[in-house]
Write a protein that binds this ligand. Sequence first.
Ligand code: ZN
Length: 159
Amino acid sequence: MNTVTLEHQLTREELLDKTDDPSNKDLFNVDGGSDRIRYLHWGDARGEIHFVASINRRVVGIGAVRVNPFDDSVLWVKFVSVEAALQGNGIGKLISEAIFNYAQSERKRLHVASFSPMGKQRLLPLFHRLAVEHPELFCGCSDCGVQIAQRQEGTYKNE
Ligand SMILES: [Zn+2]
């Protein structure tokens, strides 16, 4: 696989700029375009902070987070999505780690929405590991896709 470039904290407008490149014309799935990045929607993308993986300028994966409007100490992880043909190459992991590092640098806790079946397989174990090492960086609410470690047992509720 070619080199993956990762860009951090892009706005919706910066994503729109990428559609100037012919390879990204269908990024937002308008006019019958492809469904390259599942869960990326123009309306929702306002206010999202995007972590964008590209290969030769073509966007192949995006992770999106949003600050919880009711509690700005919490970052919602909206989705981590990789183009179907390129899944299994560690791109989702790269994006997820960038999101984690962002939370750490911003001193915010992550609330991870539910995982897709693919995400359960590929990303949940990574987030679990991060939550064991850094429970302070996860919100720990009962709705979280990642349950923080029960320290006394050192295990996960949903394992
Ligand atoms: Zn939560």
